[in-house]
Design a protein around this ligand. Structure first.
Ligand SMILES: Cc1cc2nc3c(=O)[nH]c(=O)nc-3n(C[C@H](O)[C@H](O)[C@H](O)COP(=O)(O)OP(=O)(O)OC[C@H]3O[C@@H](n4cnc5c(N)ncnc54)[C@H](O)[C@@H]3O)c2cc1C
Length: 268
């Protein structure tokens, strides 16, 4: 139940069916995976539902990494909106899930077993199957590219955009994928025309809406650096840890506008 579809609908039904006082466990993989802050936004939104409908319930995040994006912003928001509801066990505290027993809803880590009433196991990820079939993915499961042109380094005349490529600092996000699509189209057109393509600049923005009217964000621009993308110096933005509630509300509004804009741009 990571990307939206049948599984996320099932997750919703399981949350609705859960008794008050149940434990919801989210297993988060190591990077790279699509949308690095999204598991923590999801934990927040599940907490919003539980607080209203099943306030004795808890959310346990079993995490395969130590630091998380915008960590202090998430932790402060959890204290403010969902006190005592969300607990996170980091990698160094034994949070990495190594296997799952669906029959008993047990998640197994290197250090102990956790029983869940509802489990959302976000698995380690790789590029889609078509990338492997095309020979464009390497043994990491992701696609190495020449960042100046998005050209696969493994298969001639294939250009890879979006989550599938090995991007360095460029995030696996919809905003970055959209920006890559536009840049790559220009590059392929230039290559066909026999002219020198312009080097790409990718823009990435991620909003985290953790409660109604309360969001924070991070963004940056990325350009080819060595074999990957590096962040353009001075382009990075992250919402301040201490801010007036007006700023969080503005960011929540901007998140909605961003979503409408990218949806229209992508799907018409
Ligand atoms: C819970 C969650 C929250 C997120 N939140 C945000 C956010 O707030 N902001 C943000 O910017 N990003 C967010 N993302 C990340 C964003 O969804 C992805 O980074 C983005 O969708 C990547 O686009 P893509 O085109 O690379 O891959 P995809 O969107 O996965 O598109 C690939 C498409 O290829 C199709 N396909 C696969 N194989 C074939 C084939 N053989 N033939 C034809 N078609 C095929 C698939 O069906 C799919 O439609 C989130 C992701 C998740 C899971």
């Amino acid at each position: 139940a990571w990307k939206a579809g049948e599984q996320t609908v099932l997750l919703r039904r399981q949350l609705e069916a859960m008794e008050d006082g149940g434990v919801v466990v989210l297993a988060v993989p190591a990077t790279p995976y699509r949308c690095p802050p999204a598991p923590y936004e999801r934990a927040s939104l599940i907490a919003l539902y539980l607080k209203a409908k099943k306030p004795r319930s808890k959310i346990l995040i079993l995490d395969a990494k130590d630091a998380i994006p915008q960590q202090r912003l998430f932790e402060n928001a959890w204290k403010q909106f969902y006190p005592g509801m969300i607990e996170r066990i980091a990698l160094s505290e034994g949070g990495r899930v190594v296997s799952v027993e669906p029959a008993t809803n047990t998640l197994i880590t290197d250090f102990g077993n956790y029983n869940a009433q509802v489990a959302n196991v976000i698995p380690p990820q790789k590029a889609g199957r078509i990338a492997t079939l095309a020979g464009a993915a390497d043994k990491t499961g992701w696609c190495p590219i020449e960042p100046a042109t998005f050209a696969s380094t493994l298969v001639p005349n294939i250009h890879v955009i979006g989550d599938a490529f090995i991007g360095g600092a460029a995030p696996k996000s919809a905003s970055a994928a959209s920006s890559e699509g536009k840049a790559c189209a220009g590059i392929v057109a230039a290559l066909i025309a026999g002219t020198a393509p312009e080097g790409p600049t990718i823009e990435g923005t991620c909003y985290n809406t953790v409660a109604p009217g309360y969001a924070f964000s991070m963004s940056g621009n990325y350009q080819p650096r060595d074999d990957l993308f590096g962040e353009v110096v001075g382009s990075g933005f992250t919402s301040p840890v201490h801010a007036e509630s007006g700023l969080r509300k503005d960011e929540a509004d901007r998140a909605q506008s961003w979503f409408k804009k990218i949806t229209v741009e992508t799907f018409g």
